[in-house]
Design a protein around this ligand. Structure first.
Ligand SMILES: Nc1ncnc2c1ncn2[C@@H]1O[C@H](COP(=O)(O)OP(=O)(O)O)[C@@H](O)[C@H]1O
Ligand SMILES: [Mg+2]
Length: 285
């Protein structure tokens, strides 16, 4: 069996390269020949064929247009273009979770504006803040590593953050105070959870490892498992990384990643998620 590992044309961090190598090593173990392809190599005229296609592609990027074009030529992608699209945009993620009754904190989506106008009044944001209370969380629709997530504690900060966002889409969300600086990352492959870590940060409300968070191996309970698997199912993911918040006695979905960085999980738990993913792909084809 042959596959392409499609990766972003511009990313080249050590962490990313390690994950790509882990995928290729795991593929070998599963008897799969996996060839690394940069998206730039697939930059061909729209509509033109991509040449001889492999049996599948492990799509490790967020280039949903390229993904859709490959699918239209009959290539099976893990994850699909639609699943990647739903995870990449946090507004779409919560809308999809809503359809399948997967729990997430109360969330507002920003009204559409235009680059030439921006958020020229704050009436919608102040109204949302009345429902959410302060502090509240603002997340740009597109963002990773906690870098586009803000904790806002008053009306002035709210306006400043929204103005700084410019004209991009964002969500305003209830701050889950019991989860300040801590959450659980659950790695799901197929309909199973394969490894989880508890992430915490004593100096920041965001627990992302790349933002200075620390981690511990973590055994999830039945409820956490059900929510993580249901979230991936709702979004049509073959595999994914689900961030779960500690929301009182319950758990709510913070966000879902379609190409979760599993290197930290490996360092923490010794579980190689890439092996589960390749085995799952082998079994699905
Ligand atoms: N509503 C919330 N309440 C409490 N903490 C949150 C909330 N939303 C996000 N966080 C914290 O911020 C981190 C980053 O948010 P997340 O939505 O996962 O964005 P990113 O895609 O940047 O990782 C989370 O891991 C969590 O620690
Ligand atoms: Mg996250």
């Amino acid at each position: 069996m042959k596959g392409w590992l499609i990766v972003n044309n511009f990313v080249s961090s050590e962490k990313s390269r390690t994950m790509w190598s882990m995928f290729i090593a795991s593929a070998k173990k599963c008897g799969i020949e996996l060839e690394l392809k940069r998206t730039g190599e697939l930059c061909l005229p729209i509509g033109e064929d991509f040449g001889a296609l492999p049996d599948f592609a492990l799509f490790w990027d967020k280039d949903i247009h390229l993904a859709a074009r490959l699918e239209s030529k009959g290539l099976r992608l893990f994850n699909s273009s639609r699943a990647v699209e739903l995870c990449d945009n946090k507004v779409l993620t919560y809308m999809e979770l809503e359809k399948y009754s997967v729990p997430y904190p109360l969330t507002f989506a920003s009204p559409k504006t235009y680059p030439s106008i921006g958020y020229s009044n704050m009436n919608f944001a102040q109204k949302a803040a009345e429902r959410l209370g302060y502090p509240l969380v603002i997340k740009e629709a597109y963002g990773s590593f906690g870098q586009q997530v803000y904790l806002v504690s008053c009306r002035e900060e709210l306006s400043a953050v929204v103005r700084r966002i410019g004209s991009g889409e964002f969500v305003m969300q209830r701050f889950v105070s019991g989860s300040r600086g801590r959450d659980v990352r659950v790695n799901v492959v197929g309909d199973r959870t394969v490894a989880s870590i508890y992430r915490y940060n004593d100096n920041d409300f965001r627990s992302n490892i790349s933002n200075g968070g620390k981690m511990q191996p973590y055994e999830i309970n039945k409820q956490q498992e059900e929510i993580a698997v249901a979230a991936c199912k709702a979004l049509g993911l073959d595999f994914g990384g689900v961030d779960l918040l500690f929301d009182g006695e319950e758990y709510t979905v913070c966000e879902v990643n379609s190409n979760p960085h599993f290197r930290s999980t490996y360092d923490c738990t010794g579980v190689d998620v890439s092996e589960y993913i390749l085995r799952y792909i082998g079994e699905s084809l």
